[in-house]
Write a protein of this length. Sequence first.
Length: 417
Amino acid sequence: MRLFLRLLAKIAVPCSKIQLMPTYPIVQLKQGKESALERFHPWVFSGAIATIEPGLKPGTVVSVLTSAGRKMGTAFFEGGSIALKMISFDSNEQIDTGFWNQKILKAWRLREQLGLTHSQTTNMFRLVHSEGDHLPGLIVDVYGNTAVVQAQSAGIASVLNEIAESLMMLPDNRIQSVYNKSEAALAKMGVTVVSDGYLAGSKIETECVENGLRFFVDWEIGQKTGFFIDQRENRRLLESYCNGKKVLNAFSYSGGFSVAALRAGASKVVSVDSSKQAIELCRNNITLNKFDHHHHEEVLMDAKKYLAENGEEPFDIIVLDPPAFAKNMHNRHKGLEGYRYINFLALKYLAKGGLLFTFSCSQAVDHAAFRGAVMSAAVEARRNVRIIHQPVQPADHPVNVFHPEGFYLKGLVLTVD
């Protein structure tokens, strides 16, 4: 008996060192519906669920079990068609402050590796890209010392304060203010308990810089989080072709491509947008970079109408960067028709030997379908085209290999005979 007690004392673990398994409400899957999770896809659709605990509210952290009771990981219960968004495939991981600190820091380290966190020429970048950083439903964009967060799920909306605290703890005191820009995105999902505003710190006047060019960014009232950061490398690519060229920037918004073309020495740039606010912002960004307005023209008009009706001499380069024409699979066909039509108009309007920079940011339209729409436009316009570049989203918008839906930005640069 004494020997047994001695052995027991040697193997005993103090209670303070025992890590209890986290307990969350349970969602159980139908038989055979765990295969996607076994491939680490972060979504579970409502049709795959067998049982949920009564009264479960969207935004609740849940444990996900197979029909046989095997735990697959932890998720936010969302309650819609995409009923679960996985936040951990580790059955023993506790979803607490330490979890968010670790996830945000890991995202920061990747951007540090990409040379973005301490760049002298660019102080705008994406810090968290939803599923691409294993944080489904969370977008974080950095503008100088301000982080702008956007929750795209009820689960992320429930932990915005924790995420703000994690951002404020990043190295070198880089983030000094956190602004929440989630209200509109969540309202589309029926979540109305979140209002835009500062979660930490207050407004900081920041000069935003991309590739050495300066931009006014208003994350409080601007589109998305304030600027289309995902076109950073494609604006740089455009510059390499614009010297002495006449350039049309359709769907110009704040003029990112226009400013890049002017720095490259374009002979003339025409920026077209249907938003008066966007046109004014574009004009202000031209002034901010001290470019000659004699080389730039702003046109307040729908870009499709401009392409269809304007009778000027052809352009050497046309940039088509429209909003998403296909928000989901239900309007995919209509979206592809939209891409075909605007590319047809642009191809009719390009000078011989000109270049077309054309993009789609529709997640529901894959690269092959987009290329097919552009090919159809070329046939209809009777123009012979060749692909010289196939630009995509930059490295700070990573794609989770288990979630190919995260590859949303695709483009083609065509030389047109």
